[in-house]
Design a protein. Structure first.
Length: 303
């Protein structure tokens, strides 16, 4: 089978009394697809990379608009922009502390804002639904697969994994710069609580084992961060597609199917707005916690 992966549950005919005959996750391939064709100089440009670039341009445009003519007493968009930055900075400061907040805020705020806008951009009408189609690999009677011109950026595992991997590289740099290589090793493998004597000799192997587990968990952080974000956004994209075609799947007439294609998904849109914001917050919050745990422990132990 080609690179396009879809999931379909058996029959090609649908019955209201046989839920197993419905398509599940049957419209959206898990792979991002070429935006301008799979050959030539732009063969690397997928529909999700194109949307990712649009999101970057939107953020740059908003930043430029808010800071182009800065007023002493902010109004309008500048006021909203400054409120957003101040609010996010206060949240970061509460987690990582006053010392590190100015250093890590640009990273954490960028991650949060970019993921949030990318998630919500994928909910705009036409994103994931306007494109061109070809025959489904499931044979006659199956619905055609639509190759969308635009695809939610965070529904592509390459993007979410890239963000998570880049964060971990910066996390290592911040940790080493703040506490040093020996400080990190001591914190990870060293015994805690000021134990001495025979009790220390007994406890050391346990802390060494716990340190190995901690190193493994650190190595898995990019996987957990990226898969959590990707899974939620990709699942939401599939859910919207299934809801939009529910009338057609149930055999409704053309007029009723068109009507249900935008009425039925409407509650799901509000749910996906919430999920998009929540996933951006969770991703940025976990990044902040990881930084806090690896850079402020010495200070906590002294107190």
């Amino acid at each position: 089978m080609n690179a396009i992966i879809m999931i379909k549950f058996a029959p090609d005919t649908f019955s209201l009394f046989d839920p197993s005959s419905f398509f599940l996750l049957g419209e959206v391939p898990i792979n991002a697809e070429p935006f301008v064709g799979d050959s030539g100089l732009l063969s690397w440009l997928s529909n999700s990379i194109f949307v990712a670039a649009i999101v970057v341009l939107l953020i740059l445009w908003a930043s430029r608009k808010a800071t182009k003519n800065i007023q002493r007493i902010p109004t309008g968009f500048q006021n909203f922009f400054e409120f957003t930055i101040e609010f996010l900075f206060n949240q970061v400061e509460q987690i990582v502390g006053k010392k590190l907040a100015p250093r890590v805020f640009p990273l954490l705020a960028t991650i949060f804002i970019y993921i949030l806008i990318a998630n919500w951009f994928g909910l705009l009408p036409g994103v994931g639904t306007i494109g061109f189609g070809f025959s489904s690999p499931f044979g006659p009677g199956s619905s055609d697969h639509i190759v969308p011109l635009l695809r939610p950026a965070t529904a592509d595992l390459n993007l979410t994994l890239g963000i998570a991997a880049l964060f971990m590289v910066i996390w290592v740099w911040l940790t080493v710069k703040e506490i040093g290589v020996w400080g990190f090793i001591k914190h990870t493998f060293g015994p805690k609580g000021g134990l001495k004597g025979k009790m220390l000799m007994i406890i050391v192997p346990i802390f060494l084992f716990v340190g190995v587990i901690e190193i493994i968990s650190i190595g898995l952080r990019p996987v957990s961060l990226s898969l959590r974000l990707f899974g939620n956004i990709f699942a939401g994209e599939n859910l919207l597609h299934v809801m939009g075609k529910l009338g057609e799947i149930l055999g409704a007439g053309p007029v009723l199917a068109w009507f249900t294609s935008w009425i039925i998904p409407l509650p799901t849109y509000f749910l996906e707005l919430l999920v998009g914001g929540l996933q951006a917050m969770v991703f940025a919050l976990l990044c902040a916690v990881y930084i806090q745990l690896s850079t402020t422990h010495d200070e906590e132990e002294e107190h």
